[in-house]
Design a protein around this ligand. Structure first.
Ligand SMILES: C[S@@+](CC[C@H](N)C(=O)[O-])C[C@H]1O[C@@H](n2cnc3c(N)ncnc32)[C@H](O)[C@@H]1O
Length: 261
C-alpha cells in the first residue's frame, strides 16, 4: 500500500514537474542550469562512489541504534555495513547534486542531520573543501564507520558529532554561525522535521538553503514538507520529489516549483 502511494505520488510529481525552459526567475534558472542540470563528470564523484562500492561488499556487522523513523524495510537491530550502505545512502545522482550545490554556493558552514556512513557528507565536503561540514549521527557504530570513511577519503573539513539530533542541535546552532547549507536527512517524521526546520530557521541568513530528504516518503513527511514550504519565511521552494529545497532570499518573489530531476 505504502509502495502504491509512493508510485502515484511520483507519477503526479512527474506530470506536474517543470524544466528550466519554463522558469522565469533568474536565480532559479541559473541554479537549474549550473547545478541541477549540470551533467559534467567531476573527478571527485568517483572518490565517493569507489568507497561506496567497497562498502557494498563489507560484511562487518553493526549494532543499530535507531533514533528516528527507521527503515520501512528492515527493522532488525543488527545490520551489515553493506546493508546499511544499500538502504540509507541515496543514489549517486543525489549525492552528486549535493556536491554541485556545495561547490556552487560555497557555503560558509554546512550542517547535516543524518550522517549514516558519511557519503552525503563526503560529497558536500569535496564540493567546497574550505567549508566546515558539521554532521550528526545518532548510532555510535555507524558514526565510527563514517569517521573511518572520512579518513579513507582524506577529508579533514568534516566534524562528526555522535548524538541525538534533539539533544545536539540547539548547541550546534548556538556555537556555529553562518550555516548557509543545511541538509536534514534523518528522523523522517512530521513533528521532528518541523521542529528541526524551526530551530534552523532561527539562525538562517539570507543565503541559507535548507534541504530535506525524502519529502514524499510518507504521509507525515508530505505534511511536514507542506508546512515547511508554506512557511511565511520561505521565498522559494523546489521539489525534486526525493528532496525538497527551501530558500529565504528576500530579493526573490515567493514561488514554489516542482522541478523534473
Ligand atoms: C538516511 S540516513 C542518512 C544518509 C546520509 N545522509 C547519506 O545520504 O549518505 C539517516 C541517518 O540518521 C540517523 N538518525 C535518525 N534519527 C536520528 C536522531 N534523532 N538523532 C541522530 N541520528 C539520527 C540514522 O541513524 C541514520 O544513520
Amino acid at each position: 500500500m505504502q509502495n502504491l502511494k509512493f508510485i502515484f505520488a511520483y507519477i503526479k510529481y512527474y506530470l506536474t514537474s517543470r524544466t528550466r525552459y519554463t522558469i522565469h526567475s533568474p536565480f532559479l534558472f541559473e541554479l537549474i542550469s549550473d547545478v541541477f542540470e549540470n551533467h559534467q563528470d567531476y573527478i571527485d564523484y568517483s572518490r565517493v562512489e569507489s568507497l561506496k562500492k567497497e562498502l557494498l561488499k563489507d560484511d562487518r556487522k553493526i549494532q543499530m541504534l535507531d533514533l528516528g523513523a527507521g527503515s520501512l524495510t528492515n527493522k532488525s537491530n543488527e545490520k551489515s555495513v553493506k546493508q546499511t550502505a544499500n538502504n540509507s545512502s541515496k543514489p549517486a545522482k543525489y549525492g552528486r547534486l549535493l556536491y554541485r550545490l556545495s561547490a556552487y554556493f560555497k557555503p560558509k558552514a554546512i550542517l547535516e542531520l543524518g550522517t549514516s556512513l558519511g557519503l552525503s557528507s563526503a560529497y558536500m565536503a569535496l564540493g567546497s573543501p574550505s567549508t566546515e561540514v558539521i554532521t550528526v549521527e545518532g548510532c555510535p557504530d555507524i558514526a565510527s564507520l563514517a569517521k573511518e570513511n572520512f579518513a579513507k577519503l582524506g577529508l579533514n573539513n568534516i566534524n562528526i558529532i555522535t548524538g541525538n539530533f534533539d539533544h545536539e542541535l540547539p548547541g550546534i546552532l548556538k556555537s556555529v554561525s553562518d550555516l548557509e547549507l543545511i541538509f536534514i536527512d534523518g528522523n523522517h517524521r512530521k513533528e521532528p522535521t518541523i521542529n528541526y526546520f524551526k530551530q534552523c530557521l532561527s539562525v538562517a541568513v539570507n543565503e541559507t538553503v535548507i534541504i530535506f530528504d525524502d519529502i514524499h516518503w510518507s504521509k507525515e513527511m508530505e505534511d511536514a514538507w507542506d508546512y515547511i514550504k508554506h512557511h511565511p519565511s520561505v521565498t522559494l521552494s523546489v521539489d525534486i520529489y526525493f528532496m525538497g529545497f527551501v530558500f529565504f532570499r528576500k530579493e526573490l518573489t515567493r514561488q514554489h516549483f516542482i522541478i523534473r530531476f
